[in-house]
Design a protein around this ligand. Structure first.
Ligand SMILES: Nc1nc2c(ncn2[C@@H]2O[C@H](COP(=O)(O)OP(=O)(O)OP(=O)(O)O)[C@@H](O)[C@H]2O)c(=O)[nH]1
Ligand SMILES: [Mg+2]
Length: 330
Protein backbone atom coordinates (compact mmCIF):
# COMPACT_ATOMS: atom_id res chain seq x y z
CA UNK A 1 0.00 0.00 0.00
CA UNK A 2 2.85 2.32 1.00
CA UNK A 3 4.65 1.49 -2.21
CA UNK A 4 1.54 2.26 -4.21
CA UNK A 5 1.06 5.65 -2.50
CA UNK A 6 4.74 6.46 -3.07
CA UNK A 7 4.46 5.52 -6.74
CA UNK A 8 1.32 7.66 -7.11
CA UNK A 9 3.10 10.61 -5.44
CA UNK A 10 6.07 10.32 -7.81
CA UNK A 11 3.72 10.13 -10.77
CA UNK A 12 1.85 13.23 -9.61
CA UNK A 13 5.12 15.10 -9.10
CA UNK A 14 6.23 14.13 -12.60
CA UNK A 15 2.96 15.43 -14.07
CA UNK A 16 3.22 18.71 -12.15
CA UNK A 17 6.88 19.11 -13.25
CA UNK A 18 5.87 18.43 -16.85
CA UNK A 19 3.08 20.99 -16.74
CA UNK A 20 5.23 23.59 -14.96
CA UNK A 21 8.52 23.34 -16.88
CA UNK A 22 7.91 21.85 -20.33
CA UNK A 23 8.35 24.62 -22.92
CA UNK A 24 5.17 25.57 -24.80
CA UNK A 25 4.81 27.92 -27.83
CA UNK A 26 2.57 30.32 -25.90
CA UNK A 27 4.11 33.25 -24.01
CA UNK A 28 2.00 34.72 -21.26
CA UNK A 29 1.81 38.54 -21.31
CA UNK A 30 -0.17 40.83 -19.08
CA UNK A 31 -3.16 42.75 -20.53
CA UNK A 32 -4.59 45.92 -19.21
CA UNK A 33 -8.28 46.49 -19.90
CA UNK A 34 -8.94 49.94 -21.51
CA UNK A 35 -11.20 52.31 -19.62
CA UNK A 36 -14.88 51.97 -20.60
CA UNK A 37 -15.77 54.81 -23.03
CA UNK A 38 -19.32 55.10 -21.64
CA UNK A 39 -22.50 55.18 -23.73
CA UNK A 40 -21.15 56.48 -27.04
CA UNK A 41 -21.53 55.61 -30.73
CA UNK A 42 -24.35 53.14 -31.31
CA UNK A 43 -24.84 52.92 -27.53
CA UNK A 44 -25.34 56.67 -27.06
CA UNK A 45 -28.64 57.66 -25.47
CA UNK A 46 -31.15 58.68 -28.14
CA UNK A 47 -34.83 59.43 -28.53
CA UNK A 48 -35.55 57.07 -31.40
CA UNK A 49 -38.07 55.02 -29.41
CA UNK A 50 -39.59 58.04 -27.63
CA UNK A 51 -42.43 58.21 -30.11
CA UNK A 52 -43.49 54.56 -29.54
CA UNK A 53 -47.21 54.15 -29.51
CA UNK A 54 -49.01 51.16 -28.02
CA UNK A 55 -51.47 49.66 -30.49
CA UNK A 56 -54.78 48.71 -28.94
CA UNK A 57 -55.84 45.16 -29.85
CA UNK A 58 -59.44 45.72 -28.86
CA UNK A 59 -59.44 43.35 -25.90
CA UNK A 60 -57.63 40.56 -27.71
CA UNK A 61 -54.74 38.89 -25.90
CA UNK A 62 -51.41 38.91 -27.68
CA UNK A 63 -49.67 39.41 -29.94
CA UNK A 64 -47.33 36.51 -30.24
CA UNK A 65 -45.96 37.52 -33.58
CA UNK A 66 -46.34 40.55 -35.82
CA UNK A 67 -45.61 40.76 -39.51
CA UNK A 68 -45.47 43.83 -41.74
CA UNK A 69 -46.70 42.24 -44.95
CA UNK A 70 -46.07 43.18 -48.58
CA UNK A 71 -49.47 44.87 -48.74
CA UNK A 72 -48.18 47.37 -46.14
CA UNK A 73 -50.49 46.04 -43.40
CA UNK A 74 -49.64 44.63 -40.00
CA UNK A 75 -50.82 41.09 -39.31
CA UNK A 76 -50.81 39.66 -35.84
CA UNK A 77 -51.95 36.47 -34.14
CA UNK A 78 -53.87 36.53 -30.86
CA UNK A 79 -55.03 34.05 -28.24
CA UNK A 80 -58.66 33.80 -29.40
CA UNK A 81 -57.51 32.22 -32.66
CA UNK A 82 -58.03 35.40 -34.67
CA UNK A 83 -55.50 36.85 -37.06
CA UNK A 84 -55.84 40.63 -36.97
CA UNK A 85 -54.99 42.97 -39.82
CA UNK A 86 -54.45 46.72 -39.45
CA UNK A 87 -52.57 49.72 -40.79
CA UNK A 88 -49.06 50.20 -39.37
CA UNK A 89 -50.40 52.90 -37.01
CA UNK A 90 -53.01 50.47 -35.64
CA UNK A 91 -55.95 52.07 -37.42
CA UNK A 92 -58.42 50.08 -39.51
CA UNK A 93 -58.07 47.01 -37.33
CA UNK A 94 -60.12 44.03 -38.53
CA UNK A 95 -60.28 40.28 -38.08
CA UNK A 96 -58.50 38.96 -41.16
CA UNK A 97 -59.17 35.29 -40.38
CA UNK A 98 -60.29 33.05 -37.57
CA UNK A 99 -58.20 29.92 -37.34
CA UNK A 100 -60.60 28.03 -35.11
CA UNK A 101 -57.80 27.30 -32.66
CA UNK A 102 -54.96 28.81 -30.70
CA UNK A 103 -52.53 30.42 -33.06
CA UNK A 104 -50.25 31.49 -30.26
CA UNK A 105 -47.35 29.14 -30.45
CA UNK A 106 -45.34 26.78 -28.39
CA UNK A 107 -43.74 29.38 -26.15
CA UNK A 108 -47.12 30.22 -24.67
CA UNK A 109 -47.90 26.56 -24.13
CA UNK A 110 -44.54 25.96 -22.45
CA UNK A 111 -43.60 29.33 -20.95
CA UNK A 112 -40.69 27.90 -18.96
CA UNK A 113 -38.99 26.66 -22.10
CA UNK A 114 -36.70 28.71 -24.28
CA UNK A 115 -33.05 29.65 -24.63
CA UNK A 116 -30.08 27.40 -25.30
CA UNK A 117 -30.21 25.65 -21.92
CA UNK A 118 -33.86 24.70 -22.05
CA UNK A 119 -34.65 24.55 -25.77
CA UNK A 120 -38.23 24.12 -26.88
CA UNK A 121 -38.82 20.51 -27.86
CA UNK A 122 -41.82 19.90 -30.08
CA UNK A 123 -42.95 16.42 -30.99
CA UNK A 124 -44.85 15.92 -34.24
CA UNK A 125 -46.95 12.81 -33.93
CA UNK A 126 -49.95 11.26 -35.62
CA UNK A 127 -51.15 8.26 -37.58
CA UNK A 128 -48.86 7.04 -40.41
CA UNK A 129 -48.64 8.71 -43.81
CA UNK A 130 -50.46 11.94 -42.97
CA UNK A 131 -47.64 14.37 -43.73
CA UNK A 132 -45.78 14.72 -40.42
CA UNK A 133 -42.35 14.65 -42.04
CA UNK A 134 -43.56 16.90 -44.87
CA UNK A 135 -44.72 19.46 -42.30
CA UNK A 136 -41.29 19.35 -40.65
CA UNK A 137 -39.56 19.88 -44.00
CA UNK A 138 -41.85 22.84 -44.71
CA UNK A 139 -41.09 24.41 -41.33
CA UNK A 140 -37.36 23.81 -41.77
CA UNK A 141 -37.41 25.14 -45.31
CA UNK A 142 -35.43 22.20 -46.66
CA UNK A 143 -35.60 18.42 -46.90
CA UNK A 144 -34.51 17.36 -43.44
CA UNK A 145 -36.82 14.36 -42.96
CA UNK A 146 -37.49 11.48 -45.34
CA UNK A 147 -41.02 11.46 -46.78
CA UNK A 148 -42.87 9.02 -49.02
CA UNK A 149 -46.30 8.00 -50.14
CA UNK A 150 -46.66 4.97 -47.87
CA UNK A 151 -47.11 4.21 -44.19
CA UNK A 152 -44.00 3.66 -42.11
CA UNK A 153 -41.48 5.84 -43.97
CA UNK A 154 -40.17 7.36 -40.74
CA UNK A 155 -38.85 4.45 -38.74
CA UNK A 156 -37.11 6.09 -35.79
CA UNK A 157 -37.43 9.33 -33.88
CA UNK A 158 -35.29 12.08 -35.39
CA UNK A 159 -34.37 15.51 -34.08
CA UNK A 160 -34.52 18.45 -36.47
CA UNK A 161 -32.99 21.67 -35.21
CA UNK A 162 -35.15 24.62 -36.30
CA UNK A 163 -33.11 27.10 -34.25
CA UNK A 164 -30.53 26.88 -31.48
CA UNK A 165 -33.32 26.88 -28.94
CA UNK A 166 -36.06 25.10 -30.90
CA UNK A 167 -36.02 21.40 -31.75
CA UNK A 168 -38.62 19.46 -33.69
CA UNK A 169 -38.92 15.70 -33.31
CA UNK A 170 -40.16 13.62 -36.22
CA UNK A 171 -41.70 10.35 -35.07
CA UNK A 172 -42.89 7.16 -36.72
CA UNK A 173 -46.64 7.12 -37.33
CA UNK A 174 -48.69 5.51 -34.60
CA UNK A 175 -51.94 3.57 -34.64
CA UNK A 176 -54.04 2.32 -31.78
CA UNK A 177 -52.82 -1.02 -30.37
CA UNK A 178 -56.24 -2.48 -31.15
CA UNK A 179 -58.79 -1.09 -33.58
CA UNK A 180 -62.19 -1.93 -32.16
CA UNK A 181 -64.17 -0.16 -34.89
CA UNK A 182 -63.94 -2.38 -38.01
CA UNK A 183 -65.10 0.45 -40.30
CA UNK A 184 -62.19 2.59 -39.08
CA UNK A 185 -59.78 -0.23 -39.80
CA UNK A 186 -60.95 -0.42 -43.41
CA UNK A 187 -60.93 3.36 -43.81
CA UNK A 188 -57.43 3.65 -42.38
CA UNK A 189 -56.22 0.93 -44.74
CA UNK A 190 -57.94 2.50 -47.77
CA UNK A 191 -56.45 5.90 -47.02
CA UNK A 192 -52.92 4.50 -46.75
CA UNK A 193 -52.39 4.83 -43.00
CA UNK A 194 -51.78 1.11 -42.56
CA UNK A 195 -48.66 -0.68 -43.79
CA UNK A 196 -49.10 -2.75 -46.98
CA UNK A 197 -48.47 -6.04 -45.23
CA UNK A 198 -51.08 -5.48 -42.55
CA UNK A 199 -54.24 -5.70 -44.65
CA UNK A 200 -55.80 -7.59 -47.49
CA UNK A 201 -56.26 -5.41 -50.58
CA UNK A 202 -59.28 -7.35 -51.87
CA UNK A 203 -61.12 -7.06 -48.57
CA UNK A 204 -60.36 -3.34 -48.32
CA UNK A 205 -61.39 -2.75 -51.96
CA UNK A 206 -64.74 -4.48 -51.40
CA UNK A 207 -65.43 -2.32 -48.36
CA UNK A 208 -64.39 0.79 -50.27
CA UNK A 209 -66.60 -0.07 -53.23
CA UNK A 210 -69.53 -0.75 -50.90
CA UNK A 211 -69.16 2.75 -49.49
CA UNK A 212 -68.50 4.52 -52.80
CA UNK A 213 -71.35 2.86 -54.69
CA UNK A 214 -73.76 4.00 -51.98
CA UNK A 215 -72.42 7.53 -51.40
CA UNK A 216 -70.71 8.47 -54.68
CA UNK A 217 -72.24 6.40 -57.53
CA UNK A 218 -71.96 9.29 -60.02
CA UNK A 219 -68.22 9.71 -59.35
CA UNK A 220 -67.73 5.94 -59.74
CA UNK A 221 -69.55 5.96 -63.07
CA UNK A 222 -67.52 8.97 -64.24
CA UNK A 223 -64.30 7.14 -63.39
CA UNK A 224 -65.05 3.60 -64.54
CA UNK A 225 -67.76 4.09 -67.17
CA UNK A 226 -69.58 0.81 -66.51
CA UNK A 227 -72.77 2.22 -68.06
CA UNK A 228 -74.71 1.97 -64.78
CA UNK A 229 -77.22 4.41 -63.33
CA UNK A 230 -76.67 5.51 -59.71
CA UNK A 231 -79.44 3.09 -58.68
CA UNK A 232 -77.78 0.24 -60.57
CA UNK A 233 -74.43 1.03 -58.92
CA UNK A 234 -76.07 0.88 -55.50
CA UNK A 235 -77.86 -2.40 -56.26
CA UNK A 236 -75.03 -4.31 -57.95
CA UNK A 237 -73.01 -6.61 -55.73
CA UNK A 238 -69.48 -5.47 -54.75
CA UNK A 239 -67.93 -8.65 -56.28
CA UNK A 240 -69.55 -7.95 -59.64
CA UNK A 241 -68.52 -4.30 -59.56
CA UNK A 242 -64.87 -5.07 -58.78
CA UNK A 243 -64.82 -7.68 -61.54
CA UNK A 244 -66.38 -5.26 -64.02
CA UNK A 245 -63.90 -2.53 -63.08
CA UNK A 246 -60.99 -4.97 -63.45
CA UNK A 247 -62.22 -6.08 -66.87
CA UNK A 248 -62.78 -2.52 -68.03
CA UNK A 249 -59.35 -1.42 -66.90
CA UNK A 250 -57.48 -4.45 -68.28
CA UNK A 251 -56.58 -6.09 -64.96
CA UNK A 252 -56.70 -9.56 -66.54
CA UNK A 253 -55.22 -12.91 -65.67
CA UNK A 254 -54.76 -15.77 -68.14
CA UNK A 255 -57.80 -17.07 -70.01
CA UNK A 256 -59.59 -13.76 -69.98
CA UNK A 257 -60.29 -13.96 -66.25
CA UNK A 258 -60.07 -10.84 -64.14
CA UNK A 259 -57.13 -10.54 -61.78
CA UNK A 260 -59.09 -9.50 -58.70
CA UNK A 261 -55.98 -8.65 -56.67
CA UNK A 262 -54.82 -6.27 -59.41
CA UNK A 263 -58.31 -4.77 -59.73
CA UNK A 264 -58.43 -4.21 -55.96
CA UNK A 265 -55.03 -2.48 -55.97
CA UNK A 266 -56.20 -0.33 -58.88
CA UNK A 267 -59.36 0.88 -57.10
CA UNK A 268 -57.42 1.67 -53.90
CA UNK A 269 -54.73 3.53 -55.87
CA UNK A 270 -57.40 5.51 -57.77
CA UNK A 271 -59.08 6.46 -54.51
CA UNK A 272 -55.81 7.61 -52.89
CA UNK A 273 -54.77 9.64 -55.93
CA UNK A 274 -58.17 11.43 -55.97
CA UNK A 275 -58.88 9.98 -59.42
CA UNK A 276 -62.37 9.06 -58.28
CA UNK A 277 -62.85 12.48 -56.74
CA UNK A 278 -62.97 14.11 -53.35
CA UNK A 279 -64.37 11.51 -51.01
CA UNK A 280 -65.38 11.67 -47.36
CA UNK A 281 -65.16 8.20 -45.90
CA UNK A 282 -66.83 8.92 -42.59
CA UNK A 283 -68.55 11.71 -40.71
CA UNK A 284 -68.16 12.38 -36.96
CA UNK A 285 -71.76 11.18 -36.45
CA UNK A 286 -71.09 7.93 -38.27
CA UNK A 287 -67.92 7.39 -36.29
CA UNK A 288 -69.74 8.03 -33.00
CA UNK A 289 -72.26 5.32 -33.94
CA UNK A 290 -69.57 2.85 -34.99
CA UNK A 291 -67.58 3.54 -31.84
CA UNK A 292 -70.58 2.85 -29.66
CA UNK A 293 -71.19 -0.46 -31.42
CA UNK A 294 -67.45 -1.26 -31.38
CA UNK A 295 -67.19 -0.65 -27.63
CA UNK A 296 -70.22 -2.82 -27.00
CA UNK A 297 -68.85 -5.66 -29.13
CA UNK A 298 -65.50 -5.30 -27.35
CA UNK A 299 -67.11 -5.47 -23.92
CA UNK A 300 -69.06 -8.58 -24.94
CA UNK A 301 -65.88 -10.18 -26.25
CA UNK A 302 -64.06 -9.38 -22.99
CA UNK A 303 -66.94 -10.83 -20.94
CA UNK A 304 -66.93 -14.06 -23.01
CA UNK A 305 -63.17 -14.35 -22.55
CA UNK A 306 -63.45 -13.79 -18.81
CA UNK A 307 -66.08 -16.51 -18.54
CA UNK A 308 -63.95 -18.99 -20.52
CA UNK A 309 -61.00 -18.15 -18.28
CA UNK A 310 -63.02 -18.64 -15.11
CA UNK A 311 -64.25 -22.00 -16.39
CA UNK A 312 -60.65 -22.99 -17.05
CA UNK A 313 -61.05 -23.28 -20.83
CA UNK A 314 -58.28 -20.78 -21.57
CA UNK A 315 -55.04 -19.94 -19.75
CA UNK A 316 -55.03 -17.22 -17.05
CA UNK A 317 -54.31 -13.64 -18.01
CA UNK A 318 -50.63 -12.81 -18.26
CA UNK A 319 -49.29 -10.19 -15.92
CA UNK A 320 -48.61 -6.90 -17.74
CA UNK A 321 -44.95 -6.35 -18.55
CA UNK A 322 -43.03 -4.19 -16.10
CA UNK A 323 -43.09 -0.59 -17.24
CA UNK A 324 -39.72 0.92 -18.05
CA UNK A 325 -39.06 4.59 -17.45
CA UNK A 326 -39.54 6.69 -20.60
CA UNK A 327 -36.34 7.75 -22.30
CA UNK A 328 -35.32 11.32 -21.61
CA UNK A 329 -35.35 13.43 -24.78
CA UNK A 330 -31.95 14.59 -25.95
N1 LIG B 1 -51.86 16.26 -51.10
C1 LIG B 1 -51.06 16.40 -50.06
N2 LIG B 1 -50.12 15.46 -49.88
C2 LIG B 1 -49.30 15.60 -48.82
C3 LIG B 1 -49.41 16.70 -47.90
N3 LIG B 1 -48.47 16.54 -46.95
C4 LIG B 1 -47.82 15.40 -47.26
N4 LIG B 1 -48.30 14.85 -48.38
C5 LIG B 1 -47.87 13.62 -49.02
O1 LIG B 1 -48.23 12.55 -48.18
C6 LIG B 1 -47.24 11.49 -48.21
C7 LIG B 1 -46.80 11.17 -46.81
O2 LIG B 1 -46.04 12.24 -46.31
P1 LIG B 1 -45.02 12.04 -45.11
O3 LIG B 1 -44.59 13.40 -44.70
O4 LIG B 1 -43.96 11.04 -45.44
O5 LIG B 1 -45.99 11.43 -44.00
P2 LIG B 1 -45.66 10.95 -42.53
O6 LIG B 1 -46.83 11.28 -41.69
O7 LIG B 1 -44.34 11.47 -42.07
O8 LIG B 1 -45.60 9.39 -42.74
P3 LIG B 1 -44.89 8.24 -41.85
O9 LIG B 1 -43.49 8.66 -41.57
O10 LIG B 1 -44.95 7.05 -42.75
O11 LIG B 1 -45.73 8.09 -40.64
C8 LIG B 1 -46.12 12.03 -49.09
O12 LIG B 1 -46.28 11.46 -50.39
C9 LIG B 1 -46.34 13.52 -49.12
O13 LIG B 1 -45.88 14.10 -50.34
C10 LIG B 1 -50.41 17.67 -48.15
O14 LIG B 1 -50.56 18.64 -47.42
N5 LIG B 1 -51.20 17.47 -49.25
MG1 LIG C 1 -42.61 10.51 -41.60
Amino acid sequence: MKKFALGLGVLLLAVVAYLAFWPVPIRAVSWKAPAAPGYVGPHAVNQKLAGLKLIDLGGEEGPEHVVLARDGKLYTTVLSGNILRMNPDGSGREVFAHTGGRVLGCYRLAPKRGGMFKPMRVLICGIPNVGKSTLINTLKGKRAAKTGDEAGVTRTEARIVLADDFYLYDTPGMLWPRIIVPESGYNLAASGAVGKNAYDEEEVAYELIAKLKADYPALMEARYALGLTPEAWAQTHDDELLEAIGRKRGALAGGGRVNIQKAAELVIADFRALHIGRITLETPEQFARWLKAGKQADAERAARKKKLREEGHISPERKPAKKTAPRKPR
